[in-house]
Design a binder for this molecule. Structure first.
Ligand code: SF4
Length: 333
């Protein structure tokens, strides 16, 4: 729902401002039409249905994985592709992976989104409409901004959306903004915005290797970014998640595990998530399972808490790094 447009429309129709809030409350509880909004007068519901779509996004395609993961490909009103994913876990977590941009300008070498043309930042409403799409299917309780785009490059809209997610049932403490190290954004969320969580996609423990696989490292060096993450941890009093994609023969050696541990010590600031890589092209292969486990043990031995992330939705291209491969096809069609 375009919330600004909703407000304008209500004013044009001579409605009191609380009506906008009523519509939003219905949407946040999963309503998919004005018809369901029974505390609005029937003629107002009809007028709204004529003037406004309930979402800024059109569902172009959706896919369901054998593990229950569900992916939706949307198009914005100006035909920009956007993807979002709902991951269903056995313990009851229903976690959304949301996009903040259509495409991404940062060209990380392992990422499908980085290979597609950058479109634009998504609006607050376009971000929320991804979440509302899944909220209409079932209750949701976690969100990660790990879909298409770098959320810190669109921070005003991402933070505005984060402010509203609790009304959909997603507490700020269950919302994570993930960044590849966009320094001004990390610095901003240290003192500004709701108390969401921070994840830093590091993927390499030194500048040389990191710059090779993530060009953003040439702009903001690894040490600057890790220091900013420590500062965030100090101010926000929550551990920072370190995301580390396991790329076969690239960043998965015992020596690099040692270097990563050295970088992250003292141990209390970070928790490492090792992410099995889902190939998106020819360039990289995922590390074998045993290599990932050895890497994890090496970190744990040095006092760094590390876990291996469950891979979800691999069969529908919904796993990490795979968003956008199909969206790109749509964009180019
Ligand atoms: S990993 Fe994130 S920041 Fe890097 S290209 Fe992909 S979407 Fe952009």
């Amino acid at each position: 729902m375009d919330l600004a447009q909703l407000e304008t429309t209500m004013a044009e129709l001579g409605q009191p401002s609380y009506r906008t809030g009523q519509v939003w409350e219905w949407l946040a509880r999963g309503a998919d039409s004005f018809d369901q909004m029974s505390n609005l007068p029937a003629d107002l519901r009809a007028q709204l249905a004529e003037k406004l779509p309930v979402s800024t996004l059109e569902v172009e395609n959706s896919a369901l994985s054998v593990d229950g993961t569900e992916k939706a490909l949307f198009l914005t009103a100006d035909q920009r592709p956007v993807e979002a994913v709902l991951m269903r876990y056995r313990d009851g977590r229903r976690s959304l992976c949301l996009s903040s941009q259509s495409g991404c300008p940062l060209t990380c070498t392992f990422c499908a989104t980085g290979k597609m043309k950058f479109g634009r930042n998504l609006t607050e409403s376009e971000i929320l409409d991804q979440a509302l799409h899944f909220r209409r299917i079932e209750d949701v309780n976690h969100t990660v901004f790990m879909g298409m785009g770098e959320p810190m490059m669109n921070l005003d809209n991402v933070l505005a959306a984060c402010e509203k997610l609790p009304e959909l049932g997603i507490a700020n403490s269950h919302t994570t903004i993930s960044t590849v190290g966009w320094l001004p954004g990390i610095q901003r969320v240290t003192t500004e915005g709701p108390a969401v969580r921070l994840a830093l996609s590091l993927h390499a423990p030194n500048d040389q290797l990191r710059s090779k696989i993530m060009p953003v490292n040439d702009k903001y060096s690894m040490n600057e970014v890790v220091d900013a993450a420590r500062e965030w941890r100090h101010v926000r009093k929550r551990k920072v998640f370190i995301e580390y994609l396991m790329l076969d023969g690239v960043n998965d050696s015992p020596e690099l595990a040692h270097e990563l541990a050295e970088l992250l010590l003292p141990k209390n600031d970070f928790k490492v998530n090792l992410i099995p890589y889902n190939p998106t092209g020819e360039e990289y292969q995922g590390s074998p399972r045993q290599t990932i486990e050895n890497f994890r043990q090496n970190l744990m031995k040095r006092g760094i808490h590390a876990t291996v992330r469950l891979t979800r939705g691999r069969d529908i291209d919904a796993a990490c790094g795979q968003l956008a491969a199909k969206a790109n096809e749509v964009a180019e069609a």
